[in-house]
Design a protein around this ligand. Structure first.
Ligand code: NCD
Length: 305
């Protein structure tokens, strides 16, 4: 494996399977009443969050703590970033403090890549702008594999605001590496222009794709990143691209519904679908801790400890 995890495309099939298998092992620890392992004792993990986050930040913190690492949480609000300190100077500060891993979320696509040139430790991308979110893709693949078995030949449909979604891009890359067939469904205005070069199919017709899918992954409509009107109204969007009870009924019997969170209930997903037995949304959050433990363990050389 490479020293950093910046893109899902950095992972070979062998790397991805190693992370998923390691997470399977670590899941057993998460099931115990005492969840802590001594593996990363004496190591320092810095969570560097320049953008809002609930589950990703908490999940990385829980993962590092379960492996006994020292965790420093840094959020841009209340730090010298609000005094105009640059990412580079922040990075040099972390470097001076001896961070073994830096987990970064930033609104600028490419920020983790830049950071990796300034620090000696491993950089883990926890979401950069509209670019990538590789650990989300890993936890999604882990969740699918636990529910459905190996992903080779499985049909995964990702629906919604692909344009602003780092989750979609990382999932397409990783799922392709794992041998799954991915279809993106979105209004044309919410697809990136480069989508033709992505290793997946594109459809504009959710109802046609639904019955053939093993997984339906809904994406949040990211209004905070929208500087224009991409669809007529939330109601119209839900009618064409939302997952409601009627559409759920068209899915194959053992097919599952996923969403990375946070959800806009009633827009891309109906509340009753989100809370149904088909939904893996809560499992995804639990699996997020396990996958991040596996990533930190493998990147920080857990095996040689
Ligand atoms: C996603 C993100 O931040 O990219 N959420 C997450 O990490 N759980 C998706 C989103 O914000 O819609």
């Amino acid at each position: 494996m490479k020293r950093h995890l910046i893109s899902a495309g950095d992972l070979t099939r062998q790397d991805a399977l190693l992370i998923l298998d390691t997470a399977d092992e670590l899941a057993r620890v998460s099931d115990r009443s005492i969840k802590k392992l001594p593996t990363l004792r004496g190591r320092t993990v810095v969570n560097l969050f320049f953008e809002d986050s609930t589950r990703t930040r908490i999940s990385f913190e829980a993962a590092a703590k379960r492996l006994s690492a020292d965790v420093i949480n840094f959020s841009a609000k209340g730090s010298s970033v609000s005094k105009g300190e640059s990412l580079k100077d922040t990075a040099l500060t972390l470097q001076a403090m001896g961070a073994d891993a830096v987990v970064i979320r930033h609104s600028a696509s490419g920020a983790p890549h830049r950071l990796a040139t300034w620090v000696d430790g491993s950089v883990v991308n926890a979401g950069d702008g509209t670019h990538e979110h590789p650990t989300q893709a890993l936890l999604d693949a882990f969740t699918m594999r636990r529910r459905l078995g190996a992903l080779d030949g499985r049909r995964i449909t990702i629906v919604g605001d692909v344009l602003h979604s780092r989750v979609a891009r990382s999932n397409v890359l990783l799922l392709n590496t794992l041998g799954a067939q991915v279809t993106l469904v979105a209004p044309p205005t919410l697809l990136p222009v480069t989508v033709d070069s992505w290793p997946c199919e594109v459809s504009y017709d959710l109802d046609a794709v639904l019955p053939k899918s093993d997984v339906i992954m809904m994406l949040r409509v990211q209004t905070e990143r929208m500087n224009a009107s991409y669809f007529p109204s939330a109601r119209e969007y839900s009618r064409r691209y939302g997952l409601d009870r009627d559409r759920l009924a068209k899915m194959a019997d053992d097919a599952i519904v996923m969403h990375p969170g946070p959800m806009n209930r009633g827009v891309e997903i109906a509340a009753e679908v989100a809370d149904s037995a088909r939904s893996t949304i809560v499992e995804q959050v639990a699996n997020g801790v396990t996958i991040r433990m596996a990533v930190l363990y493998l990147l920080l050389g857990g095996e040689t400890q």
